[in-house]
Design a protein around this ligand. Structure first.
Ligand code: NAP
Length: 317
C-alpha cells in the first residue's frame, strides 16, 4: 500500500480522502525541519507539504519512493522543481480555490492602510479617543485613484474586479501584456514596471516568487513611488526588498504598506513592527474556512490521481 505523509495537519475533508492509503500526519503544532521531514517521510510515495517546508534536491534524493509532492498552496517557490522533474516526481499545487479569499484580503489591506484602520483601533483601545476631530487620522479615498497591479494573474484579476467597485482606475504590469480583448473586458492598461510605480496611488503585488521576481521591488524601484502611495504585498515577501521598504517607510517616502508576507517568515524585523504606517498580517491570504477546505480536497485529489497512475489535475511538473 502506498504511504502518504502529510507534514502538518490539514482540514479533515482532505485527510478523509487520503485514508485509503497508509496515512501519516504530523499532528503536532510544530513545523518539521529538514532532517525531521526526511525521517518523518521515510518510505513515502506521496508528500503533502506546506509553503514553509523546504523541498530541495537533498530532500528529494533522500526520499527514493516519492512519486508526488503535493503542496497545500498555490506558490511553489519552496520546492526544487528541476530536481523533482529529474527524478520523475510530479509536483502539484492548489490554484484557483484561494483566489477570491486572497483578493478579499488584498482589499482589506488596501482599506486598512488608506483609511488607517489599525491606527484608529489602537487609539480607541489605548483610551486616547477624545472625540470626533476634523483632522483626526485622515487617510485617502480610493475613488478615481490609480491601482497598479504587478502580476495580473488569477489573484490580480480578482483584485481588479473589487477595485473597480471602489471607482479605481487600474494599470498593470506582467512580463507580457494581456490581450487587447482582455484589457478591454477588465478595463485595465498595461504599463512598464517603472511607469506603474510612478503613477499608482496603490501598488499591489501578485507575482509568484521566482529567481526573476526576487527583489523586483528594489530600493531604486521603491523610490519611484509617490510619497502618498501605499504598497500592498500578499504574494511573497522576497518579491520586495524588505530592508529597502523599511527605509522608505521610515523616511516617509511612501504613505504606508500593508503586508501579509515577509522576506524571512516567520521573522518580521523589529524596525517594521514599530512603524505606525504599516499593517502586518501573519500570511492570512487564503485563510478562510472555505478556501482551506477546498485546498485540502484539491491536494488529496492530486495525490490520489498520481498514485492511481493518472494525470494530476493541478500538475506543475
Ligand atoms: P498566477 O495566476 O500564476 O498569476 C501570476 C501573475 O504574475 C501572472 O499574470 C504572470 O504573468 C505574472 N508574473 C509572473 N512572473 C512575473 C514577473 N517576473 N514579472 C511580472 N509579472 C510576472 O498566480 P496567482 O494564483 O494569481 O498567485 C500569485 C501568487 O500569490 C502566488 O504565486 C503566491 O506566491 C501568492 N499567494 C499568496 C497567498 C497568501 O496567502 N498571501 C495566497 C495565494 C497566493 P506573466 O507570466 O505573463 O508575466
Amino acid at each position: 500500500m502506498d504511504k502518504v505523509c502529510v507534514t502538518y495537519k490539514i482540514p479533515e475533508q482532505g485527510q478523509r480522502l487520503l485514508k485509503r492509503y497508509e496515512l501519516k500526519v504530523n499532528t503536532q503544532d510544530h513545523f518539521l525541519d529538514k532532517s525531521e521531514l526526511i525521517d518523518f517521510a521515510e518510505g513515502a510515495s506521496a508528500l503533502v507539504t506546506l509553503l514553509s517546508d523546504v523541498i530541495d534536491r537533498e530532500v528529494i534524493s533522500r526520499l527514493p519512493n516519492l512519486k508526488v509532492v503535493a503542496t497545500y498552496a498555490v506558490g511553489f517557490n519552496n520546492i526544487d522543481i528541476v530536481a523533482a522533474k529529474e527524478k520523475g516526481i510530479t509536483v502539484t499545487n492548489t490554484p484557483g480555490v484561494l483566489t477570491e479569499a486572497t483578493a478579499d484580503l488584498t482589499l482589506a489591506l488596501i482599506l486598512a492602510t488608506t483609511r488607517r484602520i489599525v491606527e484608529g483601533d489602537r487609539l480607541v483601545r489605548e483610551g486616547r479617543f477624545e472625540g470626533w476631530k476634523p483632522e483626526l487620522l485622515l487617510g485617502t479615498s480610493l475613488k478615481d485613484k490609480v491601482l497598479g497591479i504587478i502580476g495580473l494573474g488569477r489573484i490580480g484579476k480578482a483584485v481588479v474586479h473589487r477595485a473597480k467597485a471602489f471607482g479605481m482606475k487600474v494599470v498593470y504590469h506582467n512580463r507580457m501584456p494581456a490581450s487587447k480583448k482582455e484589457e478591454k473586458t477588465l478595463d485595465v492598461e498595461y504599463r512598464s514596471l517603472e511607469d506603474l510605480l510612478k503613477l499608482s496611488d496603490v501598488v499591489s503585488v501578485h507575482v509568484p516568487l521566482t529567481r526573476e521576481s526576487r527583489h523586483m521591488l528594489s530600493a531604486s524601484k521603491l523610490k519611484l513611488m509617490k510619497p502618498t502611495a501605499v504598497l500592498i504585498n500578499t504574494a511573497r515577501g522576497a518579491v520586495v526588498d524588505e530592508q529597502a521598504l523599511i527605509n522608505v517607510l521610515q523616511e516617509g517616502k511612501i504613505f504606508a504598506a500593508g503586508l501579509d508576507v515577509f522576506e524571512n517568515e516567520p521573522d518580521v524585523p523589529y524596525a517594521l513592527r514599530e512603524l505606525d504606517n504599516v499593517v502586518l498580517l501573519p500570511h492570512l491570504g487564503s485563510a478562510t474556512m472555505e478556501a482551506r477546505m477546498e485546498m485540502a480536497i484539491m491536494v488529496a485529489r492530486n495525490v490520489t490521481a498520481v498514485l492511481e497512475g493518472k494525470q494530476a489535475p493541478n500538475r506543475i511538473v
